[in-house]
Design a protein around this ligand. Structure first.
Ligand code: ADP
Ligand code: MG
Length: 625
């Protein structure tokens, strides 16, 4: 067995650097940091000003307004005001097309696989740059509050976010001038805010119920030795407090004989009533009654709502979330009594009826809702940031690898063994074999990066597995294992399984990457995706051609007497033609010529194969070329 160790760790963080915790929400975003004076996490800003609505308004001069100012534009200029951009991050138009109509702004209907775009004032924006605008505003707000420049942050995402959504979030951070030290799951952050998991001996199962504005998430987490593991997630990306508002609007329409379709046509009137409905809902969280009048369509309407009526209106919506909770429990293979803690997150859990319903479902007297439900995620992110800043050395939290790790295979291709963003520690492995008969050594080159060709990725090191016993090509079973530990140290084992003989190695280790390099590599991978694809296909075709040439030559030379001169002649010609084409980059021509060679040799190749197998079976050794 051979083993090497390579340090791929990103640059270390200095103690003095302030790291922000950011909750980049669908509806609202918040920033928090751990106050060094008392070690407590706190949100930045004064009371009402803590929440920054995740809304971006773009004017005719392409100037951006973010937050409350932009939220007001939802009424007056809905087509220039982008909300819920988080729903679009890392998604294609196809991914979101089902809900395209529910956005007040214009999505560019590109049916391709690339990220969906938004068109405003005839200019096209992508969700990453719009999210970056929100992050920039948050960064600026933090800098004003703290009186210093901030360059590092931890950003939270829903537990179900896939790789491209997480990457898009990271990229938005970078665009905003923030080094994103980690992307943390929102439920993990919320648990941290309640101190759950901070004690290493904590061994708990937690349900995090997050009912925000437009989304509902339930996550079942298990904490063991400071490691948070997601057991299951469920939810509904189109259920949330906004549905409560809509239910109220519908109720008022029916009470006052307003045609809801007509109201929806009048975007401004509709937005006004919707905002009033939200106000009613918020009032009813600590008052039994709401009343207000509003003018539109040259009439005055007096809208009222009792808490009991409100509960009836939202009952079906809350029931939907409870159904998701039951499914999440089922997926985690847990019963309600196995849940130790329930954490309430999201502004909509301020509605007492929601809390009561959740308590009833999990049969608990207590839920964690003492903290501000719209602050918990940001507070937890700040705690994680504090840990990463090196201020709480005792705590270990799961990290991810910034770039994929893999080895070079035939044709200079990158074969990824540990994909980017895998949680560490992680072990992964794959089996390889030799490409030549009697091959007794195999060079294993280790690379880091996202490009298809190793030449475009970064070489971390290489070693040679020696003393492989002579066997025909394809017969040795070489097991390569990658083990990445929590400190980012990669160990690699290579074993030839058939022989089990102890192998010797040569190591040439190299060193880690700076953040700038990581960034550059990701950027290159994104911009070169299509070109890379073509190069990968070409390399694969050339490899296939070379393998075929090798096999043909082998058959030709080791079985001279079985072939006619003419057969030999045409085969050699075809080989010659294919070899020449392999020098160029015309994949189609290579394929064509390869087909021709296969066509010529197939009949007697089959004959010879039978012969060879016959020999092997009678114990004769196949000679290497
Ligand atoms: P998101 O996670 O989607 O960004 P939040 O967690 O900030 O959203 O929750 C926003 C939702 O919370 C909105 O629907 C808002 O109306 C609702 N909300 C805010 N305050 C209250 C309250 N006091 N009572 C009930 N709902 C509230
Ligand atoms: Mg939220």
């Amino acid at each position: 067995m051979a083993r090497i160790k390579i340090n791929i760790k990103e640059g270390t963080i200095k103690r003095s650097d302030k790291v922000l915790g950011i909750d980049l929400g669908t509806t609202n975003s918040l920033i928090a940091f751990v106050n060094p004076a008392n070690g407590q996490a706190e949100c930045l800003g004064q009371d009402d000003d803590k929440i920054v609505p995740s809304v971006v308004y773009i004017d005719a001069l392409q100037q951006f307004q973010i937050g409350h100012a932009a939220k007001n534009k939802l009424i007056t200029e809905p087509d220039k005001t982008v909300y819920s951009v988080k729903r679009l991050l890392g998604r294609s138009f196809t991914d979101v097309s089902e809900h395209a109509g529910s956005f007040g702004y214009h999505l560019v209907p590109d049916m391709g696989k690339s990220m969906v775009n938004i068109e405003i004032n005839g200019k096209v924006y992508n969700p990453i740059e719009l999210s970056a605008q929100i992050l920039k505003a948050l960064k600026l707000k933090a800098e004003n509050a703290l009186g210093e420049t901030i360059s590092k942050a931890v950003i939270t995402v829903p537990a179900y976010f896939n790789d491209s959504q997480r990457q898009a979030t990271r990229d938005a951070g970078k665009l905003a001038g923030l080094e994103v030290l980690r992307i943390v799951n929102e439920p993990t952050a919320a648990s941290l805010a309640y101190g759950i998991g901070l004690d290493k001996s904590d061994n708990k199962t937690i349900a995090v119920y997050d009912l925000g504005g437009g989304t509902f998430d339930i996550t079942i987490l298990q904490i063991q030795n400071g490691v948070f593991e997601v057991l299951s997630t469920n939810g509904d990306t189109y259920t949330g407090g906004d549905d409560f508002d809509r239910a109220i609007v519908q109720h008022w329409c029916s009470v006052h004989g307003i045609d809801i379709n007509q109201l929806e046509q009048d975007k401004i009137a509709y937005q006004n009533i919707r905002l009033l409905a939200e106000k009613a809902k918020i009032t009813l969280s600590d008052h039994p009654h709401f009343e207000a009048s509003i003018q539109f369509w040259d009439r005055s309407f007096d809208f009222q709502l009792e808490v009991s009526t409100f509960q009836k209106l939202i009952q079906p919506i809350v029931e939907k979330t409870l159904k998701c909770c039951r499914l999440a429990l089922k997926d985690a293979e847990l019963e309600h009594e196995q849940i130790d803690e329930i954490v309430m997150v999201g502004g909509s859990t301020r509605t007492p009826f929601v809390v009561e319903s959740v308590k009833r479902l999990f049969r608990k007297d207590h839920v964690n809702n003492s903290l501000n439900p719209d602050e918990v995620v940001a507070l937890g992110a700040a705690i994680e940031a504090d840990i990463l800043a090196g201020n709480r050395k005792d705590i270990l939290l799961l990290d991810v690898t910034p770039l994929s790790l893999g080895i070079e295979t035939m044709g200079g291709l990158m074969d990824t063994i540990i994909p980017r963003n895998s949680k560490v520690p992680v072990n992964a492995g794959r089996q390889y074999t030799t490409s030549k008969d009697g091959q007794h050594s195999l060079r294993i080159s280790v690379y880091q990066g996202e490009r298809e060709m190793v030449a475009d990725n970064r070489k971390l090191g290489e070693f040679t597995l020696n003393d492989i016993p002579a066997m025909p090509a394809g017969l040795p079973k070489i097991d390569i294992k990658f083990m990445l530990d929590a400190d980012g140290i990669l160990s690699i084992d290579a074993t030839e399984l058939r022989s089990g003989v102890k192998q010797s190695i040569q190591i040439k280790p190299q060193y880690g990457l700076t953040d700038e390099e990581v960034e550059q590599m990701l950027l290159m991978a994104m911009t070169n995706a299509e070109q890379d694809m073509n190069r990968r296909q070409l390399a694969e075709t050339v490899t296939e051609a070379e393998q075929t040439i090798y096999q043909c030559k082998k058959l030709l030379y080791s079985n001279q007497t079985l072939l006619s001169e003419e057969e030999k002649e045409t085969t050699l010609q075809a080989i010659d033609e294919l070899e020449k084409l392999c020098q160029g980059n015309d994949r189609e021509a290579i394929n064509h010529s390869l087909e021709r060679l296969n066509h010529i040799t197939r009949p007697f190749a089959e004959r010879l194969m039978d012969e060879a197998i016959g020999k092997a079976l009678t114990g004769k050794k196949l000679d290497a070329l």
